[in-house]
Design a protein around this ligand. Structure first.
Ligand SMILES: [Mg+2]
Length: 265
């Protein structure tokens, strides 16, 4: 368990449901980021979305009224790239995904290949291609290792839900009998890699999220303190179902602003 007597100088926070909600800033989000900057805390904003690069996300957030430098954004695509860079530097990979994933893998020194791939790397895409999925299946049957960015089965869209990475992974698993290794939440590797990125130790770090089953559990498993905000998925009435609890519960990010100072003492 984390040593709660040490000051918290490093902050990780989930993005959707905490800072933004359907492309609108949650009240208090801008003030929270300003408090972190003013106090000179290390911080990263995390998202399991692997479609966008940090630059794309920065532009999208800025349209919601949130000013966040690229260097403060950590995606499941970056976590996946960090994992491969550590595990298999310069590996050949076959990628199903968008610029967020291909850019991260390229910058991590991976070699993108349609044949002879050592890894199949699956991320989010909005244009699922049966030929690409078929190629991935055959590469895995031929011995390629199977990695995916995040297990989320669905995502939101104006027309209803969309099948997401976890659902396409299930299709590939059904065809191959091979389960992927996921590098995004709820794998605590996503938090560990984020802490490495900012040079922080887990005992002096806190993770904020709106989901008990992803944000809070992975923060806890990475040895961090955790804050649940009730502005997203998990509601107060759900808390009793979980065998673990966050360090602190707040109604929204607005109530976290004073904790930037309180947790540093
Ligand atoms: Mg969330």
């Amino acid at each position: 368990m984390p040593d709660n007597s040490l000051p918290v100088l490093n902050w990780l926070t989930d993005m959707d449901g905490v800072l933004v909600h359907e492309n609108r800033a949650v009240p208090g989000a801008a003030e929270f980021l300003e408090a972190l900057r003013r106090a000179e805390r290390n911080f990263l904003v995390l998202t399991n979305n692997s479609i966008f690069t940090p630059r794309d996300l920065r532009a999208r957030l800025s349209r919601s009224g949130i000013d966040l430098p690229e260097m403060n954004i950590w995606t499941s695509a970056l976590s996946t790239a960090a994992f491969l860079k550590d595990q298999s530097p310069g590996a050949t990979v076959y990628v199903i995904g968008e610029a967020g994933l291909t850019t991260a893998l390229h910058e991590a020194g991976m070699i993108l290949s349609e044949t002879d791939a050592e890894y199949v790397v699956l991320g989010e895409t909005r244009a699922w291609s049966l030929p690409a999925i078929t190629r991935a299946i055959n590469l895995i049957i031929g011995g390629a290792k199977f990695i995916a960015t995040n297990p989320d089965p669905t995502g939101p869209s104006p027309e209803g839900i969309l099948p997401a990475t976890g659902s396409v992974a299930a299709l590939i698993t059904r065809a191959t009998g091979i389960e992927p290794y996921y590098c995004g939440k709820p794998n605590p590797y996503m938090m560990r890699a984020a802490l490495n990125r900012i040079g922080a130790h887990s005992e002096q770090a806190v993770m904020i999220g709106d989901r008990m089953d992803t944000d809070v559990i992975s923060g806890l498993e990475a040895g961090m303190r955790t804050i649940l905000v009730l502005s997203g998925i998990t509601q107060r009435g759900d808390l009793g179902r979980f065998p673990y609890r966050p360090t602190r519960i707040c109604d929204s990010i607005a109530d976290v602003v004073p904790l930037v100072e309180e947790f540093a003492r």
